[in-house]
Design a binder for this molecule. Structure first.
Ligand SMILES: Nc1ncnc2c1ncn2[C@@H]1O[C@H](COP(=O)(O)OP(=O)(O)O)[C@@H](O)[C@H]1O
Ligand SMILES: [Mg+2]
Length: 356
């Protein structure tokens, strides 16, 4: 049997003429926390629903544990889903909500009580058995939904923006709890979110989706440090992205002409004359009153924004493009209206093929 617990092979999905998932190929490892991350409408929920078997792929194959899911009914699969809106049964108390799947399977009363108790302990909700969903907070409801989904011992848990309805503080707390739970149980999580920070904190690997296509599938660090496409560079964290043309190549060092001036970046496989995107994080930008070697990029300091942990500075370039520079503290030597030279260590910037 393959090492992969879930495989999507050339999966496509259309609603009428609208193709919302395009040639998707993903292989998910046993015990992995894999996140589908992308803006609203990019096809995340549709992908998850196909893995769950609620939606049929228009073409391609989805395998769970080496078996094509078309051959199995949803209830036969070792896959369970947690939704953003919890989908609890409102008239049932916590115990009965969690027990539901075992009751359907006609398990004994003793076994049900034992398993429900274990699950409530796992999600730290002992003592809440008799409460109805409307007597619970959002975080507690979501814990019940997770307990209910886990009681069947699924091999794979699918989670569709499960923390989306919670306020920021609770969401952060639940992120840590969920990640710990997943590690402890060694269950494969396929997690959907549009929140890049959530994806970066929780995932082993992230699949970045844009308009039905996975643009990059990699670990958080690689996604952050080595974005493969302009979309990924712009979507993850904050980046300054320049469009330009390679005008010189010296080994790995590329000299790039942009409408704002000359810049540098390290990159492999580029030729003179080729179009390129260059992405540089605000924390890697350097400012100087004097010219910076290899750069001819000037700007004017526009304003400063205090963000608590960092100060962000907006700088307007010659072509009116605005870029961001960030440091932990405000530096006294730069003031609004100052003209500055802008540069960076070319190793810190990322060269992206212009067709990507
Ligand atoms: N049942 C459906 N019928 C028609 N179009 C749908 C249906 N479900 C989703 N879509 C469309 O598919 C696209 C992707 O939707 P979805 O997978 O829900 O995106 P996401 O979860 O990333 O926000 C959207 O344009 C949405 O309008
Ligand atoms: Mg969705």
């Amino acid at each position: 049997m393959s090492d992969f617990i879930v495989s999507l092979i050339d999966v496509e999905k259309s609603f009428g003429k609208n193709k919302v998932v395009k040639k998707m190929n993903v292989e998910i490892k046993q015990g992995e926390f894999l996140t589908l991350l992308g803006p609203s409408g990019c096809g995340k929920t549709t992908t998850l629903r196909m893995i769950a078997g609620f939606e049929e792929a228009s073409s391609g194959t989805i395998m769970v544990q080496g078996v094509s899911i078309e051959d199995k009914e949803p209830f036969e699969r070792d896959v369970n889903t947690v939704f953003q809106n919890y989908a609890l049964f409102p008239h049932m108390n916590v115990f009965d909500n969690v027990a539901y799947a075992l009751k359907i399977k006609k398990k004994s009363k003793d076994e049900i009580a034992k398993r429900v108790n274990e699950m409530l302990e796992l999600v730290q909700l002992q003592g809440y058995e008799r409460r109805k969903p409307d007597e619970l907070s959002g975080g507690q409801k979501q814990r019940v939904a997770i307990a209910r989904a886990l009681i069947n011992n699924p091999k794979v848990l699918l989670l569709d923006e499960p923390l989306g309805a919670l306020d920021l503080k609770l969401r952060k707390q639940m992120q840590v709890e969920l990640k710990r739970l997943q590690k402890k149980l060694e269950i494969t999580f396929v997690y959907v979110t549009h929140d890049q920070e959530e994806a970066l904190t929780m995932s082993d690997r992230i699949a970045i989706m844009n308009e039905g296509v996975i643009e990059q599938l990699a670990c958080p660090r690689e996604i952050y440090e080595r974005p493969l496409t302009k979309f990924v560079a712009g979507f993850i964290g904050e980046s300054n992205i320049f469009d330009g043309k390679v005008v010189n190549v010296q080994d790995q060092l590329l000299v790039v002409e942009t409408t704002a001036g000359i810049i540098r970046v390290n990159g492999d496989g580029f030729e003179i004359g080729e179009k390129i995107h260059v992405s540089i994080r605000p924390e890697f930008i350097e400012l100087s009153a004097d010219p910076i070697e290899g750069f001819n990029l000037k700007g004017r300091i526009q304003d400063f924004i205090y963000m608590g942990t960092v100060v962000k500075t907006s700088i307007e370039l010659k072509d009116k493009k605005e870029i961001k520079y960030s440091r932990f503290e405000k530096e006294d030597y730069i003031r609004e209206g100052d003209s500055v030279n802008i540069g960076w260590n070319p190793e810190r910037a990322v060269a992206i093929k212009a067709n990507k």
